[in-house]
Design a binder for this molecule. Structure first.
Ligand code: ADP
Ligand code: MG
Length: 622
């Protein structure tokens, strides 16, 4: 039994407290399909999120089988299925692959046969068997809703919360999905299915209807009694009728009549439920009982006292019940897969999606091949060794001046080329890195939220991203470094250090952009921020124009390109001092030790990963 008791949630709006949920109480017995209906904005989604544990109530409690979820721990991820309104799956996976992935991430199966059986069962249950091989992106609205349900059914949840899964569909699909919810509630005698909807169609398929109005419960009983209670001819007249009185007055009326309805329809206590026949709500109106209707005179202030008394009575019964209830234990079939199993599944799935996204594959290939080519345009002639100034000056003074001038010009040219080639490589590598990571998390945020609620470990998710993006970091940076090195017949400096710092520049930018991606609500915001970050690398690196001395120490630590470039140039000092002198002629910026550069870039990687983890862990839903 699900018991919602006196749930209150208030928000500040323009300095005024606004009650999103106002003293919401109701019970749902097992094997029951409940509709929560109410006009848009009345708090239906908020209520579902409170039940799912996604939003914290300020007062009241949610009890499952007599267990107070706030005090005795949330529902185990496999006990709960939450289907948001626009539950999405990866567009480039097939229906079957999505279900298989949900199974791998949320359940432990003894062998492949068991997995296959569960896949085919889930497909059959949701009527998706004929669509098993179809890609998610071509599914219709109704089919997507079915898939959303299927993904939650793999753990055989006892509580299935659906937010508007029947809304926005054509009437036929709406009825089919409602029928499916009805069947799902019947299938497992312990299961409770709650569907939130603003639609008043197909109410007869539900066991009970709860009407929410401005955050207050104003009715909860079987569909047939709804018209009776509100004294209306048809369910569609409920909303106009509600608008005639304030929510508080409707709520007060309901608090007076609730007990009568609850005892008539056996919605009241756990004990009463245990005695009931499996199908409690029959199509028959209980004739013996003359149920009251909501009346204007219900609003007397003396009813407040009655309400208070009822509340006290309820409180007492609840305490007694809580004392009797046994401590909750998670059964062994509720065990989540381990960290490695989840990571492996996510990684395999990510590669599959990448391979199917041909536009992405081509873009990556074009950057991987094109960017190093872009660099070598400037250095294909190679870097010529620098001429030496003879020890003894030329006797001809004019010749001596001309020689020195030409040597100076040569130094400037070569220094500029070496510094430029290194900076160009670094900037292009960071550009690729930001392109790799910017959308990586933000682009699948809704799916991540759903999977997190289903028991996905944030660390497994982050690890899968590190492993996936790590391949790009290595491939792009190493290929860039080695290709340019080969075509330009070697750029002065220590090659292993240069490659390492190029890889680290890529890793730093990837990690920071991944952090941005995890923190942002939309992929567009994450992309724009990442582009700005790359765009500022070159001007703020100090490679072209030195930063003013006063601000350089403040800005430089944040510029990955500066450290990679600067550390690489420093390796010239020992390996090719004449080039080091040449480079120093073209830059006024400080040239830092490679070890220090490596340390700072590692710090970037670390900070980016910390932000990524925090962003993954922290829900981005309202
Ligand atoms: N995070 C939030 N901050 C401010 N107002 C919110 C927030 N979440 C919901 N609301 C407001 O609470 C009310 C109820 O929202 P919701 O539960 O989504 O309604 P429903 O699902 O019934 O359409 C709406 O008026 C909505 O604007
Ligand atoms: Mg809603």
């Amino acid at each position: 039994m699900l018991e919602i008791r006196n749930i209150t949630l208030t928000l500040e709006r323009d300095g005024e407290p606004v009650a999103l949920l106002d003293d919401v109480s109701f019970n749902v017995p097992p094997g029951h399909l409940l509709a929560i209906v109410g006009p848009s904005g009345c708090g239906k989604t908020t209520l579902m999120k409170v039940i799912a544990g996604l939003k914290e109530e300020q007062g009241g409690e949610v009890c499952w089988d007599g267990r107070n979820l706030a005090h005795e721990g949330d529902l185990h991820p496999s006990e709960l299925g939450y289907v948001p309104q626009f539950s999405v799956a990866h567009e480039l996976l097939t229906v079957e692959e999505c279900i298989a992935s949900a199974i791998a991430l949320r359940t432990r199966q003894p062998d492949e046969d068991a997995t296959d059986l569960l896949i085919s069962d889930t497909l059959a249950q949701t009527g998706l068997t004929p669509l098993a091989d179809r890609l998610v992106k071509v599914l219709s609205g109704g089919q997507k809703r079915r898939l959303g349900l299927a993904l939650e059914l793999v753990t055989n949840p006892a509580l299935l919360l659906c937010d508007e899964v029947t809304s926005g569909l054509d009437p036929k699909s709406e009825r089919e999905i409602t029928q499916l919810l009805h069947d799902l509630a019947r299938q497992n005698e312990k299961r409770i299915v709650i569907n939130v909807t603003h639609s008043l169609a197909n109410l007869s398929l539900y066991d009970s209807i709860l009407v929410l109005h401005e955050g207050c419960v104003v009715y909860h009983g079987p569909p047939r009694a709804l018209t009776h209670y509100f004294s209306i001819d048809q369910a569609e007249d409920v909303y106009p009728k509600l608008a005639r009185r304030s929510a508080a007055r409707w709520a007060l009326s309901w608090s007076r009549h609730r007990d009568d309805y609850y005892s008539a329809y056996k919605l009241s206590t756990k004990k009463a439920e245990e005695e009931k026949e499996p199908d409690i709500i029959t199509d028959r109106e209980p004739e013996r009982i003359r149920l009251p209707v909501a009346k204007a005179e219900d609003d007397d202030s003396e009813n407040q006292a009655a309400k208070k008394k009822a509340k006290e009575k309820e409180e007492e019964a609840r305490k007694k019940e809580a004392e009797e209830s046994a401590p909750h234990e998670i059964s062994s079939d509720h065990q989540l897969p381990g960290f490695i199993a989840q990571t492996r599944e996510l990684l395999q799935r990510r590669w599959l999606i990448f391979r199917r996204d041909m536009a992405q594959v081509w873009l990556h290939a074009a950057m991987l091949i094109g960017f190093p080519l872009l660099v070598v345009i400037f250095g294909y002639q190679g870097i010529k060794p620098l001429s030496k100034i003879p020890d003894r000056p030329d006797k001809d003074f004019a010749a001596e001046i001309a020689m020195r001038q030409s040597h100076e010009a040569e130094l400037l040219k070569t220094g500029g080329l070496v510094s430029g080639l290194i900076m160009f490589q670094v900037v292009l590598v960071t550009l690729m890195a930001s392109n790799n990571a910017a959308r990586e998390i933000a682009g699948e945020r809704v799916i991540l939220e759903r999977e997190r609620l289903g028991g996905l470990r944030p660390m497994a998710y982050l690890t899968s991203k590190i492993l996936f993006l790590g391949v790009f970091v290595l491939a792009q940076a190493l290929w860039m470094g080695l290709f340019v090195e080969m075509v330009c017949h070697g750029i002065p400096g220590n090659l292993p250090w240069k490659l390492l710092l190029l890889v680290m520049a890529s890793a730093a930018m990837t990690s920071v952009c991944l952090g941005i991606s995890a923190m942002m609500r939309s992929p567009e915001k994450a992309t724009i921020l990442s582009i700005y970050l790359v765009g500022f690398q070159l001007p703020l690196s100090g490679a072209v124009l030195a930063l003013p001395k006063a601000i350089a120490p403040i800005i430089q630590p944040f510029i990955a390109a500066f450290w990679s470039w600067s550390g690489s140039l420093h390796t010239l000092k020992e390996q090719a001092p004449e080039f080091f002198e040449a480079v120093k002629k073209v830059t006024a910026s400080n040239i830092e030790q490679p070890a220090l550069a490596l340390f700072v870039l590692s710090l970037h990687v670390f900070i980016g990963l910390v932000f990524s983890y925090a962003g993954i862990k922290h829900s981005q839903t309202d």
